[in-house]
Design a protein around this ligand. Structure first.
Ligand code: NAP
Length: 224
């Protein structure tokens, strides 16, 4: 990626808090962002609301399938329970070379947040096993709290753990994340690392609850 302004990002299920937060941060970084939804009205409503806080390059909106058909990065921000059906429905519309960025965390609540154990080890590996081989998959933003991202006045100060079996896709996503104010990408290696990253999110939800906050995130120290 030579210029962030050339990067086209579609946010699948971008009407939720996590999707809206990422749309806002990428748009402020200068990327061309489209909020996708199953309903074009809901997508418009979300984009209109966010565009009050975006000075240049306003966020667009579309149905999920139209949003993905013309993008370089496809961010999957639907609940994990609907991730596979969403991918199955949309993957024929993915442009060649586009990178799917999986943000989902399989979590349920029973006396606090609990991780949904999956045979593949993580949500990202579960999706990888069901995704066409030629679509690069990157796990990222799994530990970034929606509450922090979506608040236009909040300054970010978090690391984004980025995992993928494609070194090239990992590098491209890390490079693009560097353009978002307050977020630092950290190369977390192969997709296998998603097993740890997703559990770190569950840990952060518990920390939030005990400390009565909504914004716990991670910073790795010692990186030069
Ligand atoms: N919340 C956080 O702090 C956080 C942090 C890290 C990762 N995540 C992950 O980010 C993802 C989004 O989180 P969220 O809290 O923003 O979720 P959410 O608000 O529950 O859902 C996001 C969007 O998904 C779409 N959706 C809902 N049901 C669907 C279905 N049956 N089929 C297809 N699309 C459906 C909806 O969009 P439309 O109705 O407009 O289509 C909805 O607005 C989750 O996987 C979560 O684990 C969240």
């Amino acid at each position: 990626m030579s210029n962030i302004k050339d990067l086209r990002i579609a946010i699948i299920g971008g009407t939720g808090e996590e999707g809206r937060g990422l749309a806002l941060r990428w748009a402020r970084a200068g990327a061309q962002v489209t909020i996708g939804s199953r309903s074009v009205e809901r997508a418009k409503e979300a984009a209109d609301e966010l565009n009050r806080f975006v000075e240049h390059n306003p966020i667009g909106y579309a149905r999920n399938r139209d949003a993905v058909s013309n993008a370089d990065f496809l961010l999957l921000t639907v609940p994990f329970a609907h991730a596979v059906s969403t991918i199955e429905e949309l993957q024929t519309y993915f442009p060649e070379g586009a990178i799917l960025i999986d943000i989902t965390v399989p979590v349920f609540f029973e006396k606090g947040a609990r991780y949904v154990e999956l045979p593949e080890g993580s949500a990202s590996e579960h999706l990888r096993a069901r995704l066409s081989e030629n679509i690069p998959l990157v796990a990222a933003f799994k530990t970034e709290p929606a509450h922090l991202l979506v608040d236009p006045d909040e300054k970010l100060d978090c690391d984004v753990l980025v995992a993928s079996d494609s070194k090239e896709a990992r590098a491209r996503v890390c490079e693009a994340i560097r353009s978002i104010d307050g977020l630092r990408p950290v190369d977390a290696g192969p997709l296998y690392s998603a097993r740890t990253i997703e559990r770190m999110t569950v840990l952060a939800i518990g920390i939030n609850r005990r400390y009565k906050i909504k914004t716990a995130c991670y910073r790795i120290v010692g990186l030069s």
